[in-house]
Design a protein around this ligand. Structure first.
Ligand SMILES: NC(=O)c1ccc[n+]([C@@H]2O[C@H](COP(=O)([O-])OP(=O)(O)OC[C@H]3O[C@@H](n4cnc5c(N)ncnc54)[C@H](O)[C@@H]3O)[C@@H](O)[C@H]2O)c1
Length: 393
């Protein structure tokens, strides 16, 4: 195949939108994934998760034959470019596993062909690109390697893959040229940089965001402890004052990337990352702070609490590392009952419909700021750290 791409981890949150975007720009794409259920689902034209604008593209590229799917690793031998975007989680002790990407490539070794370009796109522990290069050299593979991090926000992939600049790195001008050409199908803005700098650029991008959320959350907690209205303070600070305009609002800063990548960086920096670890304590401590606030005014032991929104962010069905679940656990220790709801989440059978929760709850807590909660008209108190409900408690 010419102009062809295999995406390893092709049914994941990053791999699938990327594959769709490549196929929609005229490349022949094969999504290779070890998750058979996801492969069957996507092959049948169904997205395995919510991603705005993806359903139409999936239908289109399946229909015109640009997109195929496989659970057979030999699928990667047919293409010019192999993009690896498998998950790279930290373990339960927050240790990164630099071996996840390497293990996926080891499984492909027999199928990689000389002359191919191997693009690493997972967010990786610094040094993993070099590790992969050594692995390929050891096995006598003349495959060029490029690290090109993904920086999209889940839910906005179909738009952001085409609107954001693409960081591209490689050891040789040829590797950079080939990766630039590949991503040139999606965006006009290619940012070439050294390999190890690109690895850090990705981790710094997520860490920077996590730190900013932590700063806002700490100031929110400080103001709230004092009985001051943080929204009013932030509005006053930012009004016609560009130097404060980038201050985020408070919220449950969670999800599969921000904490994980901050902890990868901490591990890389010999576990000494004061501002990263402080950010973790602040962001992960916010649920307890919210429960403490509620307890100041309510005796939860006699109350039914309704938790609205279990996904880690608005308009998403992704519950990976969602702090709503930490909130739920903390509330369950204190409250008589906790009822949870989410319009998007399908993988949790402990959820109730919104109307049931609204009917039975004595107090509501907003976990994820889904748009449908913006117009809530309720006469029970609402604890809304996000500030989306007009009568925020
Ligand atoms: N989710 C995001 O918004 C986001 C954004 C930027 C970067 N990233 C990074 O992208 C990477 C992937 O994240 P994700 O959220 O898409 O993860 P995911 O878990 O949604 O997807 C990973 C996919 O890889 C498949 N897989 C795992 N091992 C495999 C193997 N050996 N061979 C083939 N397929 C395999 C899984 O079945 C799954 O479908 C991570 O490094 C993550 O940090 C994620």
């Amino acid at each position: 195949m010419s102009g062809s791409v295999a995406i390893v981890g092709g049914c994941g949150h990053v791999g699938l939108p990327l594959g769709l975007a490549f196929a929609d720009s005229g490349l022949d794409v094969v999504l290779y994934d070890i998750n058979e259920a996801s492969v069957d689902r996507v092959r049948a034209g169904k997205m395995p998760f919510v991603e705005k604008g993806a359903d139409e593209v999936l239908a289109r590229v399946l229909a015109d034959g640009r997109l195929t799917l496989s659970t057979d690793p030999s699928a990667v031998s047919q293409v010019d470019h192999v993009v690896v975007v498998v998950g790279t989680p930290v373990d339960e002790h927050l240790n990164p596993d630099p071996g996840a990407v390497v293990a996926a490539i080891e499984d492909l070794l027999d199928h990689l062909r000389d002359g191919q370009l191997l693009v690493l796109r997972s967010t990786i522990y610094p040094g993993v690109t070099a590790l992969v290069e050594r692995l390929l050299a050891r096995h006598g593979k003349a495959v060029e390697v490029s690290f090109c991090p993904e920086r999209i926000a889940e839910g906005k992939a179909m738009e952001e893959l085409r609107s954001l600049p693409q960081i591209v790195s490689g050891r040789t001008p040829r590797a950079i040229e080939r990766a630039s050409e590949l991503f040139g199908h999606l965006t006009d803005t290619i940012v070439p940089i050294e390999v190890e700098e690109a690895e850090l650029a990705k981790l710094f991008t997520n860490t920077w965001r996590y730190i900013k959320f932590a700063a806002a959350n700490q100031l929110y907690m400080m103001a709230t402890e004092m009985g001051a209205d943080f929204d009013a303070i932030r509005a006053a600070m930012t009004q016609d004052y560009p130097r404060a305009a980038d201050m985020p609002g408070p919220g449950l800063a969670a999800g599969p990337c921000l904490l994980k990548d901050t902890m990868q960086l901490a591990a890389f920096n010999k576990n000494s990352f004061l501002i990263g670890h402080a950010s973790m304590l602040i962001n992960e401590g916010l649920p307890q702070f919210l429960v403490d606030q509620v307890e100041k005014e309510h005796d939860l032991s006699t109350m039914t609490v309704g938790l609205l929104g279990m996904a880690f962010k608005a308009e998403s069905d992704d519950i990976r590392s969602s702090l709503s679940y930490k909130l739920k656990r903390l509330l369950k220790i204190k409250a008589e009952r906790v009822l949870c709801t989410d319009p998007y989440v399908t993988v949790d059978d402990g959820l109730d419909p919104l109307d049931v929760v609204l009917e039975q709850a004595d107090l509501l807590v907003i976990g994820a700021p889904h748009d449908i909660y913006r117009d809530l008209e309720v006469d029970v108190p609402v604890l809304d750290v996000w500030g989306i409900v007009p009568t925020r408690g």
